[in-house]
Each structure stands twice: as structure tokens, then as C-alpha cells.
Ligand binder design. Structure first.
Ligand code: HEM
Length: 424
């Protein structure tokens, strides 16, 4: 498995310098960790770069040629089709679902006697939110089965193979093993059943409906397979990332009871015991600072890759076609040049007066045209779920526990995240 801490993978220089270039199998790998360098690749000349062939080879057998993996016009059509689903009003309409899934997570966590790994309950909560966004009422969705299937797919995609070290083109997809093939079938069948129901005449006001009705400028509609692969892309990109961010935030609050009380006081003063609603969101200021600072120190996507498809430049330095850029958000966010005491968690860095003046200094959601489409969704969800959980539960760290962040597909605490959870 690709189980390494980013600290082990990234050279120490990445936290001191902004670009390290080294030859590897006939090409150059540029590890980038400065705001200017990341902007150069993601926003200044994005058409010179493609997502790395390895990621394409890994994701395509599962997600097809949908929003996460497509390029050029086909990517644009798909992005445009789902964009209306991510406007602020749509996200706010999901706040009751976010609140309800947080309450269900609290119920399940409070049943535990002794330390409990909080990650399954958080994954479950985030999965139910993305389901609500996609399907409104996912009547026939077996969440436990879906989570198990995603876990199997992740397990297989995270395992390094000898062929991964070879510079194979993205047109040579990885062959899936029987476990992943079975998991893929479970995921595809579940989504296909929802699509069939809509094709049978049922309409709803949700992301699936948007995808089914989206028409490109040339008059084309997305096929059922395109819709299915985009739905799966959203399920996969959109729940574990957010769940992990909430998990890390809970861990920080478990270590700092004073901040935990401040988050609780904030939510109690705004909403008392009532479910959180859209109008509460702007007032959950400290909870948002906690989430931002968590995303700085534990970015769920710590590292992404790009490959140059033509000669280009990074900050006036030549880059050759075929070169690889590793965009190290993890190192950008802990860079000694940009953050005083970079490894110290301090929510005041994101208070109204202190926010980083350069937006490229903090990029947990990537940047440029391929930036995360769900960033507003994820932030809203994380703030609502964190506030709701802390209102009902008191979290503390089991004696002697120290999490170790490892990169699988996302930046997870190795072996889960056990916390003590008590009723408030
Ligand atoms: C804390 C939570 C999240 C983090 C840290 C995160 C991070 C990212 C990053 C770094 C990228 C850019 C990848 C690249 O350029 O190679 C990305 C892309 C994407 N994310 Fe997120 N994400 C989160 C939540 C979500 C949610 C909630 C959704 C959907 C509901 C979502 C859907 C997507 C999609 C579809 C893309 C591909 C966009 C494109 O290529 O046009 N993400 N995400």
C-alpha cells in the first residue's frame, strides 16, 4: 500500500524552498511548495498540464472518463453540467440533511463504551449528505454496502504495483482484481438503479436530475454511463475527504478542551438545542476557523500530480514536455517562509484580521479551472457537522494516543482515529 506519511515522502527542503527539481527515469520531477509555483501550474498555464498518467490509469477503470479524469472539451461539458448543483443556495438547502446526519453520527458515537474510532461514523454521515445532494431521498441505497465497496476500491487503488514505477501512458489502464471488480459492480448497479427510476418518469430537484437533463452546446446529452460515472466521481471525491477533515478537527478539539468549549458555546449561543439552519452558518465563525486551520495542517488531498504535455515554464524556468509536477499542498501549508511556527495549530491564523493575504498560500481545494467543485459544499458540511457533534458530545484523547497521518488516497490517521466520547 502507498502507506507513508507525507513527512517521509516529501524531502525536508520542500518545507524550506519552493521548488525542487530532480531527474527520474529520463524526465524531471518538480516538487513544488510555493504559492507562485502552484499558481504557475494550476492557473497561469493550465492547458500545458494534464493530471498525472498514473492517477488516470488508476481512476479510469473505476470512474471512466468523467469529471475527475476527463480533459479538454469533454471535461468542460461535464463540469458545466454539474456547476449549478454547487451554487450557494443549493448547498444551503442541504443544511437540514447535514444537521440530521451529524445527529445520527452523535447517536452512534455515544453508544460506545470506551474509546471509539470516529472515522466510520463520520464517513457514514458524509456519505448520507452526498447521497441527499445526488438523489434527494436515497430510498434504496444500502449505505453500509456502498461504504464497504468504496473501501475495497480504495484498498486496491492504494496498493503500489511494479508497473506503477514504469512511465506507462494513461491509455494503459490498470487491470482491476476480482475484489475491486466486484466492488465496482456494486457501486455501478446502485447508481444505475437510481438512473433507471428517473428514466421511468420520476423527477426530483437534485444533482442526478441536473446531470440527466444537462445539454451541451452541441445539443448532446450525457449518456446513462456518463451520468453514472459522474455520480460515482462525486460520491468518491465528495465524502471521505470531508469526513477526514472533520475527524482531524475533532482530534484537535479533543486535545484542546478550551477550544472545544468555545465551539460549543458559539453554537449554543446561536441555535441553542435547535437543529442548525442556513441562517446560522455565517455566525459559526470559530468553528470555521478550526476547519480552515485543520485543512492547513491536515489537507485531505496533500499532494497532487500533473504532467507537462508541451514545453512550458514554472516561474520563468523552463519545463520540458513530459516533466512531472508534484504539487505539495502539505508542504505549502507548513512552509517555513509563509507560516510562523508552521507546525503549530492556531485557529487565530484564520480570524477575520489574520487571514493569509495571498490566497495561493492556502489551497486545500487546489486552484485554477480544475479546483475542487465541492469546496463550498465541503466547508459548509464540515462546519455544520463539527458544531453539531461538539454541541452533543465531549471528545477527549485516549491516554498515550498519538495519530500518525498516512497518505493512502487521502491523508488519513493510520489505523483510524480513536477518541473518548461522552454525552454533554
Ligand atoms: C474537505 C473536503 C475536500 C477536499 C480537501 C477536496 C480537495 C480537492 C482537490 C485538491 C481537488 C483538485 C484535484 C486536482 O486538481 O487534481 C478536488 C477536485 C474535485 N473535488 Fe474535491 N475536495 C473536497 C470535497 C469535495 C466535495 C464535497 C465534492 C463534491 C460534493 C468534491 C468534488 C470534487 C470534484 C468533482 C473534483 C474534480 C473537479 C474537476 O476536475 O473539475 N470535493 N478536490
Amino acid at each position: 500500500m502507498l502507506r507513508h506519511s507525507p513527512v517521509e515522502i516529501l524531502p525536508q527542503e520542500a518545507f524550506l524552498f519552493t521548488r525542487i527539481s530532480a531527474p527520474f527515469l529520463g524526465r524531471t520531477i518538480h516538487t513544488l511548495s510555493g504559492p507562485e509555483e502552484l499558481k504557475a501550474v494550476l492557473a497561469d498555464d493550465p492547458d500545458a498540464w494534464r493530471k498525472s498518467p498514473l492517477i488516470q490509469r488508476i481512476l479510469r477503470p473505476i470512474l471512466g472518463n468523467a469529471i475527475l479524469t476527463a480533459h479538454g472539451d469533454w471535461w468542460k461539458i461535464q463540469r458545466k453540467a454539474m456547476q449549478p448543483g454547487f451554487v450557494r443556495l443549493r448547498i444551503q438547502a442541504l443544511i437540514p440533511d447535514m444537521s440530521a446526519s451529524a445527529e445520527a453520527a452523535a447517536d452512534s458515537l455515544l453508544q460506545a463504551d470506551g474509546p471509539v474510532d470516529v472515522t466510520p461514523a463520520l464517513n457514514h454521515a458524509a456519505l448520507s449528505v452526498i447521497e441527499a445532494a445526488l438523489f434527494t431521498r436515497p430510498d434504496n441505497f444500502d449505505r453500509a454496502k456502498i461504504r464497504a465497496a468504496i473501501e475495497s476500491v480504495f484498498e486496491e487503488t492504494g496498493r503500489t504495483r511494479f508497473s506503477d514505477l514504469l512511465p506507462l501512458p494513461e491509455s494503459a489502464p490498470r487491470i482491476l482484481g476480482p475484489k475491486a471488480l466486484n466492488a465496482r459492480k456494486i457501486l455501478r448497479d446502485a447508481v444505475a438503479a437510481e438512473i433507471a427510476r428517473r428514466r421511468g418518469g420520476e423527477t426530483r430537484d437534485d444533482l442526478l436530475q441536473l446531470l440527466l437533463e444537462a445539454q451541451a452546446e452541441d445539443g448532446r446529452f450525457l449518456s446513462d454511463i456518463d451520468v453514472r460515472d459522474n455520480v460515482l466521481s462525486l460520491v468518491i471525491a465528495g465524502h471521505e475527504t470531508t469526513a477526514i477533515a472533520i475527524g482531524w478537527a475533532l482530534y484537535i478539539l479533543a486535545r484542546r478542551p478550551d477550544w472545544q468549549d468555545r465551539v460549543r458555546d458559539e453554537v449554543m449561543s446561536i441555535a441553542g438545542d435547535h437543529p442548525l439552519e442556513a441562517h446560522h452558518l455565517p455566525q459559526l465563525v470559530f468553528a470555521r476557523q478550526i476547519i480552515h486551520e485543520t485543512l492547513r495542517l491536515y489537507p485531505p488531498a496533500p499532494l497532487i500530480g500533473r504532467q507537462a504535455i508541451r514545453n512550458t515554464q514554472i516561474c520563468e524556468r523552463e519545463v520540458k514536455k513530459g516533466d512531472v509536477a508534484l504539487l505539495a499542498f502539505y508542504a505549502l501549508h507548513r512552509h517555513h517562509r509563509y507560516w510562523p511556527e508552521p507546525d503549530v495549530f492556531d485557529p487565530e491564523r484564520f480570524s477575520l484580521d489574520n487571514r493569509p493575504s495571498d490566497p495561493w498560500q492556502f489551497k486545500p481545494f487546489g486552484g485554477g479551472p480544475r479546483a475542487c467543485i465541492g469546496s463550498g459544499f465541503a466547508l459548509t458540511e464540515a462546519v455544520i457537522i463539527l458544531s453539531s457533534l461538539v454541541r452533543r458530545c465531549r471528545f477527549s484523547v485516549p491516554d498515550g494516543y498519538e495519530p500518525y497521518p498516512v497518505m493512502t488516497v487521502t491523508l488519513r490517521p493510520e489505523g483510524g482515529l480513536p477518541l473518548n466520547v461522552e454525552k454533554r
